[in-house]
Ligand binder design. Structure first.
Ligand SMILES: Cc1ncc(C[n+]2csc(CCOP(=O)(O)OP(=O)(O)O)c2C)c(N)n1
Ligand SMILES: [Mg+2]
Length: 372
Protein backbone atom coordinates (compact mmCIF):
# COMPACT_ATOMS: atom_id res chain seq x y z
CA UNK A 1 0.00 0.00 0.00
CA UNK A 2 1.10 3.53 -0.75
CA UNK A 3 1.41 4.58 2.87
CA UNK A 4 3.28 1.40 3.78
CA UNK A 5 0.71 0.16 6.28
CA UNK A 6 0.47 -3.16 4.52
CA UNK A 7 -3.10 -3.90 5.39
CA UNK A 8 -2.93 -3.30 9.11
CA UNK A 9 -4.85 -0.26 10.14
CA UNK A 10 -4.07 1.79 13.19
CA UNK A 11 -6.85 1.93 15.74
CA UNK A 12 -7.90 5.45 16.70
CA UNK A 13 -6.05 6.53 19.81
CA UNK A 14 -9.13 6.88 21.94
CA UNK A 15 -10.25 3.36 21.07
CA UNK A 16 -6.91 1.61 21.37
CA UNK A 17 -6.94 1.36 25.18
CA UNK A 18 -10.44 -0.11 25.09
CA UNK A 19 -9.43 -2.66 22.52
CA UNK A 20 -6.35 -3.51 24.54
CA UNK A 21 -8.50 -3.96 27.61
CA UNK A 22 -10.81 -6.30 25.70
CA UNK A 23 -7.86 -8.26 24.45
CA UNK A 24 -6.52 -8.57 27.99
CA UNK A 25 -9.83 -9.63 29.54
CA UNK A 26 -11.06 -11.80 26.70
CA UNK A 27 -8.02 -13.43 25.16
CA UNK A 28 -8.79 -14.72 21.73
CA UNK A 29 -11.72 -12.45 21.15
CA UNK A 30 -9.90 -10.30 18.63
CA UNK A 31 -8.67 -13.19 16.57
CA UNK A 32 -10.12 -14.97 13.57
CA UNK A 33 -12.54 -17.89 13.89
CA UNK A 34 -9.75 -20.42 13.84
CA UNK A 35 -9.33 -19.69 17.52
CA UNK A 36 -13.02 -19.99 18.22
CA UNK A 37 -13.01 -23.75 18.65
CA UNK A 38 -10.41 -23.52 21.35
CA UNK A 39 -12.25 -21.04 23.53
CA UNK A 40 -12.66 -22.81 26.86
CA UNK A 41 -15.78 -22.91 28.96
CA UNK A 42 -14.74 -19.83 30.92
CA UNK A 43 -12.66 -17.08 29.43
CA UNK A 44 -12.80 -13.97 31.59
CA UNK A 45 -13.08 -12.98 35.20
CA UNK A 46 -16.74 -12.02 34.77
CA UNK A 47 -18.95 -13.67 37.36
CA UNK A 48 -20.68 -16.50 35.53
CA UNK A 49 -22.33 -18.31 38.40
CA UNK A 50 -24.86 -21.16 38.45
CA UNK A 51 -27.77 -18.74 38.31
CA UNK A 52 -26.39 -17.14 35.15
CA UNK A 53 -25.77 -20.52 33.50
CA UNK A 54 -29.31 -21.68 34.21
CA UNK A 55 -30.67 -18.37 32.99
CA UNK A 56 -28.77 -18.70 29.70
CA UNK A 57 -30.02 -22.26 29.30
CA UNK A 58 -33.63 -21.30 29.98
CA UNK A 59 -33.53 -18.51 27.40
CA UNK A 60 -32.01 -20.80 24.76
CA UNK A 61 -34.43 -23.62 25.49
CA UNK A 62 -37.43 -21.31 25.17
CA UNK A 63 -36.21 -20.03 21.81
CA UNK A 64 -35.44 -23.51 20.48
CA UNK A 65 -38.83 -24.95 21.38
CA UNK A 66 -40.73 -21.88 20.21
CA UNK A 67 -38.96 -22.04 16.87
CA UNK A 68 -39.24 -25.78 16.36
CA UNK A 69 -42.99 -25.67 16.97
CA UNK A 70 -43.36 -22.63 14.71
CA UNK A 71 -41.40 -24.50 12.04
CA UNK A 72 -43.73 -27.49 12.26
CA UNK A 73 -46.78 -25.24 11.96
CA UNK A 74 -45.29 -23.50 8.95
CA UNK A 75 -44.35 -26.75 7.20
CA UNK A 76 -47.87 -28.04 7.81
CA UNK A 77 -49.21 -24.91 6.12
CA UNK A 78 -51.01 -23.82 9.26
CA UNK A 79 -49.49 -20.33 9.50
CA UNK A 80 -49.28 -17.89 6.60
CA UNK A 81 -46.27 -15.91 5.44
CA UNK A 82 -42.51 -16.32 5.46
CA UNK A 83 -40.91 -17.65 8.62
CA UNK A 84 -37.18 -17.12 9.16
CA UNK A 85 -36.13 -19.45 11.93
CA UNK A 86 -33.39 -18.74 14.46
CA UNK A 87 -32.56 -22.36 15.38
CA UNK A 88 -28.78 -22.72 15.77
CA UNK A 89 -28.26 -19.06 16.73
CA UNK A 90 -29.87 -19.14 20.19
CA UNK A 91 -26.66 -18.53 22.14
CA UNK A 92 -26.39 -15.03 20.70
CA UNK A 93 -29.79 -13.78 21.82
CA UNK A 94 -29.49 -15.51 25.19
CA UNK A 95 -26.00 -14.20 25.96
CA UNK A 96 -26.91 -10.64 25.05
CA UNK A 97 -30.37 -10.45 26.56
CA UNK A 98 -29.22 -11.77 29.94
CA UNK A 99 -27.67 -8.32 30.49
CA UNK A 100 -30.64 -6.18 29.50
CA UNK A 101 -33.49 -4.76 31.55
CA UNK A 102 -36.94 -4.03 30.15
CA UNK A 103 -35.85 -0.40 29.80
CA UNK A 104 -32.99 -1.36 27.49
CA UNK A 105 -33.97 -1.63 23.86
CA UNK A 106 -33.18 -3.75 20.88
CA UNK A 107 -33.79 -3.66 17.17
CA UNK A 108 -34.22 -6.98 15.49
CA UNK A 109 -34.23 -8.51 12.03
CA UNK A 110 -36.39 -10.68 9.76
CA UNK A 111 -35.04 -13.58 11.90
CA UNK A 112 -36.32 -11.99 15.06
CA UNK A 113 -38.41 -14.41 17.15
CA UNK A 114 -35.41 -15.51 19.20
CA UNK A 115 -34.57 -11.96 20.20
CA UNK A 116 -38.04 -11.31 21.59
CA UNK A 117 -38.35 -14.71 23.27
CA UNK A 118 -35.01 -14.10 25.01
CA UNK A 119 -36.16 -10.64 26.10
CA UNK A 120 -39.23 -12.17 27.75
CA UNK A 121 -41.78 -11.99 24.93
CA UNK A 122 -45.25 -13.43 25.44
CA UNK A 123 -45.66 -16.80 23.67
CA UNK A 124 -49.40 -16.30 23.27
CA UNK A 125 -49.08 -12.93 21.57
CA UNK A 126 -46.22 -14.20 19.42
CA UNK A 127 -48.01 -17.29 18.11
CA UNK A 128 -51.23 -15.29 17.67
CA UNK A 129 -49.28 -12.90 15.47
CA UNK A 130 -47.87 -15.77 13.43
CA UNK A 131 -51.42 -17.07 12.96
CA UNK A 132 -52.57 -13.56 11.95
CA UNK A 133 -55.03 -13.27 14.85
CA UNK A 134 -56.31 -10.12 16.53
CA UNK A 135 -54.76 -11.14 19.89
CA UNK A 136 -51.26 -11.01 18.38
CA UNK A 137 -48.58 -8.44 19.08
CA UNK A 138 -49.60 -6.42 15.99
CA UNK A 139 -53.25 -7.41 16.17
CA UNK A 140 -52.56 -9.97 13.48
CA UNK A 141 -51.56 -7.45 10.85
CA UNK A 142 -47.79 -7.67 11.10
CA UNK A 143 -46.81 -11.30 11.15
CA UNK A 144 -43.42 -12.81 11.86
CA UNK A 145 -41.30 -9.96 10.52
CA UNK A 146 -42.99 -7.06 12.30
CA UNK A 147 -43.40 -8.18 15.87
CA UNK A 148 -42.64 -5.44 18.37
CA UNK A 149 -43.14 -5.06 22.12
CA UNK A 150 -42.27 -1.53 23.15
CA UNK A 151 -42.92 -2.30 26.84
CA UNK A 152 -40.08 -4.82 26.67
CA UNK A 153 -37.89 -2.46 24.67
CA UNK A 154 -38.27 -4.60 21.57
CA UNK A 155 -38.49 -1.93 18.87
CA UNK A 156 -39.37 -4.38 16.17
CA UNK A 157 -38.41 -7.22 13.91
CA UNK A 158 -37.77 -5.83 10.45
CA UNK A 159 -38.43 -7.16 6.99
CA UNK A 160 -36.00 -4.61 5.59
CA UNK A 161 -32.47 -5.96 5.73
CA UNK A 162 -30.44 -3.22 7.44
CA UNK A 163 -33.61 -1.52 8.69
CA UNK A 164 -32.62 -1.80 12.34
CA UNK A 165 -29.41 0.25 12.69
CA UNK A 166 -30.93 3.71 12.06
CA UNK A 167 -33.73 2.96 14.52
CA UNK A 168 -31.24 1.70 17.10
CA UNK A 169 -29.09 4.80 17.01
CA UNK A 170 -32.22 6.98 17.21
CA UNK A 171 -33.19 5.18 20.40
CA UNK A 172 -29.61 5.38 21.68
CA UNK A 173 -29.49 9.09 20.94
CA UNK A 174 -32.73 9.58 22.89
CA UNK A 175 -31.25 7.64 25.82
CA UNK A 176 -28.15 9.79 25.81
CA UNK A 177 -30.10 13.03 25.41
CA UNK A 178 -32.41 12.13 28.28
CA UNK A 179 -29.53 11.05 30.47
CA UNK A 180 -30.83 7.53 31.07
CA UNK A 181 -28.35 4.69 31.46
CA UNK A 182 -30.27 2.52 29.02
CA UNK A 183 -28.52 0.68 26.24
CA UNK A 184 -29.81 -0.23 22.79
CA UNK A 185 -28.66 -3.42 21.12
CA UNK A 186 -28.85 -3.59 17.35
CA UNK A 187 -28.97 -7.10 15.86
CA UNK A 188 -28.20 -7.58 12.18
CA UNK A 189 -26.74 -10.20 9.85
CA UNK A 190 -23.57 -10.49 7.80
CA UNK A 191 -25.65 -9.63 4.74
CA UNK A 192 -27.06 -6.53 6.44
CA UNK A 193 -23.54 -5.37 7.26
CA UNK A 194 -23.22 -4.43 3.56
CA UNK A 195 -26.16 -2.04 3.70
CA UNK A 196 -25.51 1.69 3.77
CA UNK A 197 -27.81 2.04 6.75
CA UNK A 198 -25.40 0.04 8.90
CA UNK A 199 -22.42 2.18 7.89
CA UNK A 200 -24.21 5.48 8.47
CA UNK A 201 -25.45 4.30 11.84
CA UNK A 202 -22.03 2.98 12.89
CA UNK A 203 -20.41 6.26 11.93
CA UNK A 204 -22.85 8.38 13.90
CA UNK A 205 -22.85 6.03 16.88
CA UNK A 206 -19.07 6.24 17.23
CA UNK A 207 -18.95 9.97 16.55
CA UNK A 208 -21.53 10.77 19.23
CA UNK A 209 -20.42 7.94 21.54
CA UNK A 210 -23.96 6.61 21.63
CA UNK A 211 -24.94 3.87 24.10
CA UNK A 212 -25.48 1.20 21.47
CA UNK A 213 -24.01 -2.24 20.83
CA UNK A 214 -24.04 -3.54 17.27
CA UNK A 215 -24.37 -7.31 17.31
CA UNK A 216 -23.67 -8.91 13.94
CA UNK A 217 -25.05 -12.43 13.82
CA UNK A 218 -22.73 -13.78 11.17
CA UNK A 219 -24.27 -17.07 10.06
CA UNK A 220 -22.12 -17.18 6.93
CA UNK A 221 -24.92 -16.50 4.44
CA UNK A 222 -27.10 -13.72 3.12
CA UNK A 223 -30.08 -15.78 1.94
CA UNK A 224 -28.35 -18.38 -0.28
CA UNK A 225 -25.16 -16.43 -0.90
CA UNK A 226 -22.11 -17.46 1.12
CA UNK A 227 -20.30 -14.67 2.91
CA UNK A 228 -17.21 -14.97 0.68
CA UNK A 229 -19.41 -14.09 -2.30
CA UNK A 230 -21.08 -11.06 -0.80
CA UNK A 231 -18.19 -9.32 0.93
CA UNK A 232 -14.42 -9.29 0.54
CA UNK A 233 -13.70 -9.52 4.25
CA UNK A 234 -13.89 -12.52 6.52
CA UNK A 235 -14.59 -10.71 9.78
CA UNK A 236 -17.36 -8.13 9.91
CA UNK A 237 -15.76 -6.94 13.16
CA UNK A 238 -12.95 -5.47 11.04
CA UNK A 239 -15.36 -2.78 9.93
CA UNK A 240 -15.48 -1.30 13.44
CA UNK A 241 -12.04 0.23 13.29
CA UNK A 242 -12.92 2.44 10.36
CA UNK A 243 -15.63 4.07 12.44
CA UNK A 244 -13.62 4.38 15.64
CA UNK A 245 -15.10 1.71 17.85
CA UNK A 246 -13.84 -1.65 19.08
CA UNK A 247 -14.74 -4.66 16.99
CA UNK A 248 -14.83 -8.06 18.66
CA UNK A 249 -15.32 -11.58 17.44
CA UNK A 250 -17.04 -14.09 19.64
CA UNK A 251 -18.05 -17.73 19.28
CA UNK A 252 -21.77 -17.38 18.68
CA UNK A 253 -22.35 -21.05 19.46
CA UNK A 254 -21.21 -20.57 23.06
CA UNK A 255 -23.70 -18.72 25.26
CA UNK A 256 -21.11 -18.07 27.97
CA UNK A 257 -18.67 -16.54 25.50
CA UNK A 258 -21.43 -14.31 24.16
CA UNK A 259 -22.55 -13.45 27.69
CA UNK A 260 -19.05 -12.34 28.64
CA UNK A 261 -18.29 -10.33 25.51
CA UNK A 262 -21.74 -8.76 25.31
CA UNK A 263 -21.55 -7.92 29.00
CA UNK A 264 -18.35 -5.97 28.48
CA UNK A 265 -19.76 -4.14 25.48
CA UNK A 266 -23.08 -3.33 27.16
CA UNK A 267 -21.40 -2.07 30.33
CA UNK A 268 -19.07 0.05 28.24
CA UNK A 269 -22.09 1.61 26.52
CA UNK A 270 -23.81 2.10 29.90
CA UNK A 271 -20.75 3.91 31.24
CA UNK A 272 -21.10 6.39 28.37
CA UNK A 273 -17.99 5.17 26.56
CA UNK A 274 -19.71 4.54 23.26
CA UNK A 275 -20.55 1.74 20.87
CA UNK A 276 -18.95 -1.63 20.19
CA UNK A 277 -19.35 -3.93 17.23
CA UNK A 278 -19.63 -7.52 18.38
CA UNK A 279 -19.53 -10.17 15.68
CA UNK A 280 -20.90 -13.55 16.71
CA UNK A 281 -19.86 -16.40 14.42
CA UNK A 282 -22.91 -18.60 14.21
CA UNK A 283 -24.97 -20.78 11.87
CA UNK A 284 -28.61 -21.34 11.05
CA UNK A 285 -29.59 -24.99 11.16
CA UNK A 286 -32.73 -24.67 9.02
CA UNK A 287 -33.06 -23.05 5.64
CA UNK A 288 -33.21 -19.34 4.98
CA UNK A 289 -37.01 -19.46 5.07
CA UNK A 290 -38.94 -22.18 6.84
CA UNK A 291 -37.41 -25.54 7.72
CA UNK A 292 -36.81 -27.24 4.40
CA UNK A 293 -36.79 -23.95 2.53
CA UNK A 294 -37.18 -23.45 -1.16
CA UNK A 295 -35.08 -26.37 -2.35
CA UNK A 296 -32.17 -24.16 -3.39
CA UNK A 297 -28.89 -26.04 -3.28
CA UNK A 298 -26.28 -23.73 -1.78
CA UNK A 299 -24.62 -25.51 1.13
CA UNK A 300 -23.49 -29.06 1.74
CA UNK A 301 -25.30 -31.32 4.18
CA UNK A 302 -21.87 -32.12 5.67
CA UNK A 303 -21.39 -28.46 6.51
CA UNK A 304 -24.72 -28.34 8.33
CA UNK A 305 -23.86 -31.53 10.20
CA UNK A 306 -20.47 -30.13 11.24
CA UNK A 307 -22.12 -27.07 12.75
CA UNK A 308 -24.85 -29.16 14.33
CA UNK A 309 -22.15 -30.95 16.29
CA UNK A 310 -21.66 -27.63 18.06
CA UNK A 311 -25.38 -27.17 18.74
CA UNK A 312 -25.47 -24.22 21.17
CA UNK A 313 -28.29 -25.70 23.24
CA UNK A 314 -27.35 -29.38 23.32
CA UNK A 315 -23.65 -28.75 23.90
CA UNK A 316 -24.56 -26.34 26.67
CA UNK A 317 -26.85 -28.90 28.31
CA UNK A 318 -24.08 -31.46 28.14
CA UNK A 319 -21.70 -29.09 29.90
CA UNK A 320 -24.29 -28.23 32.53
CA UNK A 321 -24.73 -31.91 33.35
CA UNK A 322 -21.00 -32.71 33.20
CA UNK A 323 -20.14 -29.88 35.55
CA UNK A 324 -22.99 -30.72 37.93
CA UNK A 325 -24.81 -27.41 37.46
CA UNK A 326 -27.99 -29.39 36.85
CA UNK A 327 -29.01 -32.93 35.88
CA UNK A 328 -30.68 -34.44 32.84
CA UNK A 329 -33.91 -35.06 34.74
CA UNK A 330 -34.27 -31.38 35.55
CA UNK A 331 -33.53 -30.43 31.97
CA UNK A 332 -36.19 -32.85 30.71
CA UNK A 333 -38.72 -31.51 33.19
CA UNK A 334 -37.99 -27.95 32.14
CA UNK A 335 -38.38 -28.91 28.49
CA UNK A 336 -41.79 -30.43 29.24
CA UNK A 337 -42.87 -27.32 31.12
CA UNK A 338 -41.88 -25.00 28.28
CA UNK A 339 -43.57 -27.28 25.72
CA UNK A 340 -46.75 -27.21 27.79
CA UNK A 341 -46.64 -23.41 27.80
CA UNK A 342 -46.08 -23.41 24.04
CA UNK A 343 -48.97 -25.76 23.35
CA UNK A 344 -51.23 -23.60 25.48
CA UNK A 345 -50.12 -20.56 23.50
CA UNK A 346 -50.74 -22.28 20.16
CA UNK A 347 -54.24 -23.28 21.25
CA UNK A 348 -54.89 -19.73 22.41
CA UNK A 349 -53.67 -18.38 19.07
CA UNK A 350 -55.74 -20.79 16.99
CA UNK A 351 -58.89 -20.07 18.95
CA UNK A 352 -58.44 -16.28 18.65
CA UNK A 353 -60.44 -14.37 16.03
CA UNK A 354 -58.97 -12.84 12.91
CA UNK A 355 -58.97 -9.03 12.90
CA UNK A 356 -62.23 -7.57 11.69
CA UNK A 357 -62.26 -6.09 8.22
CA UNK A 358 -63.30 -2.76 9.72
CA UNK A 359 -59.89 -2.60 11.47
CA UNK A 360 -57.92 -3.11 8.29
CA UNK A 361 -56.48 0.40 8.22
CA UNK A 362 -56.05 0.82 11.98
CA UNK A 363 -52.59 0.69 13.63
CA UNK A 364 -50.83 0.54 10.31
CA UNK A 365 -49.29 3.98 10.05
CA UNK A 366 -48.29 6.83 12.32
CA UNK A 367 -49.81 10.29 12.14
CA UNK A 368 -48.92 13.25 14.30
CA UNK A 369 -50.36 12.57 17.70
CA UNK A 370 -50.13 8.81 17.54
CA UNK A 371 -50.57 5.66 15.57
CA UNK A 372 -53.71 5.10 13.56
C1 LIG B 1 -33.34 -4.05 1.83
C2 LIG B 1 -33.56 -5.50 1.56
N1 LIG B 1 -32.87 -6.10 0.57
C3 LIG B 1 -33.07 -7.42 0.31
C4 LIG B 1 -33.97 -8.14 1.03
C5 LIG B 1 -34.17 -9.64 0.77
N2 LIG B 1 -33.53 -10.41 1.85
C6 LIG B 1 -34.24 -10.95 2.85
S1 LIG B 1 -33.27 -11.73 3.97
C7 LIG B 1 -31.89 -11.38 3.08
C8 LIG B 1 -30.53 -11.87 3.56
C9 LIG B 1 -30.06 -11.19 4.77
O1 LIG B 1 -28.88 -11.78 5.17
P1 LIG B 1 -28.31 -11.53 6.62
O2 LIG B 1 -28.38 -10.08 6.94
O3 LIG B 1 -26.99 -12.17 6.71
O4 LIG B 1 -29.38 -12.24 7.57
P2 LIG B 1 -29.70 -13.81 7.71
O5 LIG B 1 -30.86 -14.10 6.82
O6 LIG B 1 -28.50 -14.56 7.33
O7 LIG B 1 -30.06 -13.98 9.14
C10 LIG B 1 -32.18 -10.66 1.95
C11 LIG B 1 -31.18 -10.21 0.96
C12 LIG B 1 -34.70 -7.47 2.03
N3 LIG B 1 -35.59 -8.10 2.79
N4 LIG B 1 -34.46 -6.16 2.29
MG1 LIG C 1 -26.48 -14.05 7.37
Amino acid sequence: MADGRKGTYPVAETVAPVVAEYARRLPGCLTAPAAVDSIPWRRSDMDVNREVLLDLHYRMLRIRLFEEEAGKLSEAGRIPGALHLYVGEEAVAAGVMAHLTDADQLTSTHRGHGHLVAKGGDFKKMYAELFGRSTGYCKGKGGSMHIADVDLGMLGANGIVGGGPPIAIGAAFANKYRGTRNVTVCFFGDGASNEGTFHEAANMAALYRLPVVFVCENNGFGEFTPQAKHQAIRDVADRATSYGMPGLIVDGMDAVAVYESAGEAIERARRGEGPTLLEAKTYRFFDHVGVRGMGVSYRADEEVLEWRKRDPLLSFEQKLVETGVTDQGSINALRERVLFEINEAITFAQESPFPDESQLLEDVYAVSGGVR
